[in-house]
Design a protein around this ligand. Sequence first.
Ligand code: ZN
Ligand code: ZN
Length: 147
Amino acid sequence: MDKMVTSREELTRRLAAFEEKCRRRGLRVTNQRREIFKTVASSRQHPSAEAVFLAVRQKMPRVSLDTVYRTLASLEKMDLLIRVGTPEKERFDGDLRPHAHFICTNCAEVYDIFPPEVSYENPTTLACGKVKYVHVQFKGICKRCQS
Ligand SMILES: [Zn+2]
Ligand SMILES: [Zn+2]
């Protein structure tokens, strides 16, 4: 399996969740909206809005960067993806399974860290409220930048 690509089963699950949430909100599943979501959901590289725009434009030459920004923001509001990275370099993640991120403070690359590489409790209910997803960030200098 390609480490940078979401598994086929997981992608199918995410696309079903996307369609289900759109339907519940009365939002049309347009080809453009679906393609933007799919681009984020099928990647494990936490693409930026610009990277999503460049990928989607290959299939849909008329898409605008502004549309990509707005669509990503709406998908985030629908809890279909999360914003990761830094304010200067925002990235998007379609993987809502509990996992941590390692963010290189030098190049802003975002790396996934899954248990058991890192272990933490996965509570669904805390005293202060119900947990939607666990989002932990590790910041440091990645191996690529160290050498
Ligand atoms: Zn780095
Ligand atoms: Zn991630």
